[in-house]
Design a protein around this ligand. Structure first.
Ligand code: DGJ
Length: 723
């Protein structure tokens, strides 16, 4: 059983294979009792705890969905304005409902079950009789993953219009554990997913995005950990929001040392009018508990997101090795040039050619044509379908880039529909990269985009689409919304995007979609629901990528992490690294190339051919295995990670040394995730012979590492259980 209910005591015990989450109704409030390692269910546990809190006042009560205005002075989970201008509501518990499996969230991306037995869902109904507001707190607990998925539905059952000023997905009060620390991912364009770790002081620690997209700056994720927690040991509590727009994750430590963590749609610049009878569904927050440190937290997210968030034909399939022409040609190409790169790719074993930006309208630079989604016959005189067929003829699949959420002021579309962009009348329309954002709150705009893309999908043999999005939202307003709904624009934009993505991916299930937002500006679980892989960063430098990919893997599965070998000197940082090193870094993700293969020497082509053949052998292990991070690039000159097959019979280790160290220390790398009692045959990339070691030896004693006395060295080991 996943949810145990003791009705008389108002106790709800949600239990997975390794985790328990306890809620109790105290004085009508849903109180947060416990979240951590699995507890045996004992009827007596609640008596202890109820007495602790009764009569203590709301400011000390650990709650599940706190309100504001009646004595709790911490951040509330929601706030409502009534017609009379008052902002006080008081939700009290009314009833509960249990549902097998996990109900669908209409219009929003969500983690799902394939069989009812995988999860059970508890719904708590709370009511504020005065305003008619009803709130449904939904908790889905997975049987085999230490995961609780939370979301909230706010329903207006009264007569008056309610105005939501804040509606978070989840809030939790952690108490009895002083000095929690917060781990999160911060960054910028080209520097995504830096792992940050901060001790939480009294007061607020806030990460958020006000950009209308999840952002390069902060990922919609935070974890609470204890000071002792490391990669391998200790408690880690993860919070990941399945949402692609502006979000907030706020940890607030009160004067008694308890920590409230709230996560959801950003309440800054948000309001939502809820007419009588209407409801508002928040996105969901995926909460993971690990007692084996951040490593196991990540693996739990990976398993869940790979198999129960990503969908479609490619979910469980190995992803094609691609070559993309962006860094090879930028806007300067013709059909023959593209075909030449593809033909070279075919000779080297590459499987997919991706035509990036510049094939449509009159796009010779990034200052025009977004919205005009028809082929540029000046560049491709025989048309796009002809290029695609020639590339297919060479033996590669064909993929195409779009940026469907954007409009260039210099475009036919803008000249025809100048009000189709997000804007505020009388204000300037701030351009970024010479472009504006289409108003996806409007169905006619989404229909236009759907029809434009569908026309190409139906006439050109396309196997893959890169869906790009290269600027944040500004002057967030819609010509189609009345004044009282203007503050809904940003969230309605995201809902409109999801509606369109659902339509496109459902109607073109054969296409593999990859999302992108100037690299990782929208690398979030919301997008992964529609598109199982993401272009991780525009920064393709292998040294930078060590950090970016390592950080991204804190939440996201390796199958979703796009990683390409690019040319040197690197276009973002000018660094020159060996092709072998670039290959090893990119082969640790969803692998491809992004350079002009025809410009390579024969020697370089040989290396590429070997890399491609090698990746085909290790691909399932990398993309579907369990990831163990061994050495962090944020801490040292070395990085290492390994991939272990589900049955632990096979593994692959990559280790990297960035700068050479003269006469350096003896390097030992302790492995993880193996079966201690089994013997593994270990073969390194530099030794002729393989050696046999016990799993216990490899994990406790470790592997000796030798690097050449040069900068930018990588080592690879393949492990197989000796049978
Ligand atoms: C930004 C993307 O991240 C790049 O990979 C490339 O597709 C460019 N846009 C094209 O404009």
């Amino acid at each position: 059983m996943n949810v145990i209910v003791q009705e008389e005591e108002g106790l709800f015990h949600l239990q997975s294979s390794g985790m328990s989450y306890l809620i109790q109704i105290v004085d009508g409030y849903p109180v947060h009792v416990y979240w951590g390692g699995r507890l045996q269910h004992r009827a007596a546990i609640n008596h202890l705890l109820v007495h602790t809190w009764q009569g203590m006042g709301l400011d000390r009560l650990p709650q599940e969905y706190p309100q504001y205005g009646s004595g709790d002075f911490r951040n509330p989970a929601y706030q409502i304005e009534l017609e009379d201008g008052t902002r006080i509501t008081e939700l009290k518990y009314d009833s509960y409902r249990l549902v097998k499996g996990k109900p669908v969230l209409s219009g929003l991306p969500a983690v799902y079950t394939e069989h009812e037995a995988e999860a059970e869902t508890l719904e708590l109904l709370l009511k504020d009789d005065y305003s008619g507001l009803q709130v449904v707190l939904r908790y889905s607990i997975f049987r085999d993953h230490n995961v609780i998925v939370r979301s909230t539905r706010l329903v207006n059952k009264g007569q008056q219009t309610l105005r939501l000023r804040r509606a978070l997905s989840a809030s939790i009060d952690m108490y009895g554990q002083e000095q929690l620390e917060m781990v999160y991912l911060s960054g910028a364009w080209g520097r995504e997913s830096n792992i940050q770790r901060r001790t939480l002081p009294q007061g607020e620690t806030r990460i958020d995005s006000k950009r209308g997209m999840s952002s390069h700056q902060f990922n919609p994720f935070a974890a609470l950990v204890t000071p002792e927690t490391t990669e391998r040991v200790g408690d880690a509590y993860g919070f990941s929001l399945v949402y692609s727009g502006g979000f907030e994750a706020v940890a607030e430590v009160d004067s008694f040392g308890s920590t409230r963590l709230g996560i959801g749609v950003n309440s800054f610049d948000f309001a939502w009018q809820l007419n009588a009878g209407e409801e508002f569904q928040t996105p969901e927050a995926v909460m993971v508990y690990s007692e084996e440190g951040l490593g196991e937290m990540s693996r739990t997210y990976h398993r869940l997101y790979r198999s129960r968030l990503c969908r479609g034909k490619y979910r469980d399939q190995e992803r094609p090795i691609l070559v993309n022409n962006w860094e090879a040609t930028y806007f300067d190409f013709n059909a023959d040039k593209l075909v030449a790169i593809a033909e070279e790719g075919a000779r080297l074993g590459i499987e997919l050619f991706v035509l990036d930006d510049g094939w449509f309208g009159k796009r010779d630079a990034d200052n025009s044509s977004l919205g005009d989604w028809y082929e540029d016959r000046r560049k491709l005189p025989e048309g796009l379908a002809d290029v695609a067929k020639r590339i297919q003829g060479a033996g590669l699949q064909f993929g195409l880039w779009f940026e469907p959420e954007m409009i260039s002021p210099d475009s036919e579309l803008y000249r025809k529909h100048p009000d189709w962009c997000l804007h505020v009348p009388g204000r300037r329309r701030s351009e970024a990269r010479w472009q504006l954002v289409l108003d996806y709150t409007r169905p006619e705009v989404r229909d236009y985009i759907y029809d434009s893309l569908a026309a190409i999908f139906s006439t050109v043999p396309i196997s893959y689409v890169k869906w790009d999005m290269n600027r944040a939202l500004t002057e967030i307003g819609s010509a189609a919304l009345p004044p009282e709904r203007q503050a809904e624009t940003a969230h309605r934009y995201v809902l409109g995007l999801y509606e369109l993505l659902e339509r496109i991916t459902a109607n073109f299930p054969e296409i593999l979609f990859e999302s992108c937002s100037s690299g990782g500006g929208r690398f979030d679980p919301g997008m992964l629901y529609y598109m199982p892989q993401t272009w991780t960063s525009d920064n393709t430098d292998a040294v930078e990528r060590l950090k970016i990919q390592y950080g991204t893997s804190l939440v996201y599965p390796v199958s979703s992490i796009g990683a390409h070998v690019s040319a040197v000197p690197n276009h973002q940082v000018g660094r020159i690294t060996p092709l072998e090193f670039r290959g090893s870094v990119a082969m640790s993700g969803n692998f491809g190339y992004e350079l002009d293969l025809t410009a390579f020497t024969e020697e370089e082509k040989d290396i590429v051919q070997r890399q491609v053949a090698n990746y085909k052998e290790i691909r399932s292990l990398v993309q579907q295995g369990n990831l163990y991070r061994l050495k962090s690039p944020f801490e040292e000159n070395e990085s290492a990670w390994m991939f272990v097959s589900e049955d632990q019979m096979e593994a692959l280790v990559y280790a990297f040394q960035v700068m050479a160290i003269p006469n350096g220390p003896q390097r030992i790398l302790r492995l993880d995730g193996l079966k201690p009692e089994l013997e593994y045959e270990v073969k390194s990339d530099i030794d002729e012979e393989s050696s046999i070691y016990g799993g216990d030896q490899l994990m406790q004693l470790g592997l000796a590492l030798r690097y050449e006395a040069k900068d930018y060295q990588s080592r690879c080991f393949r492990l197989r259980v000796r049978t």
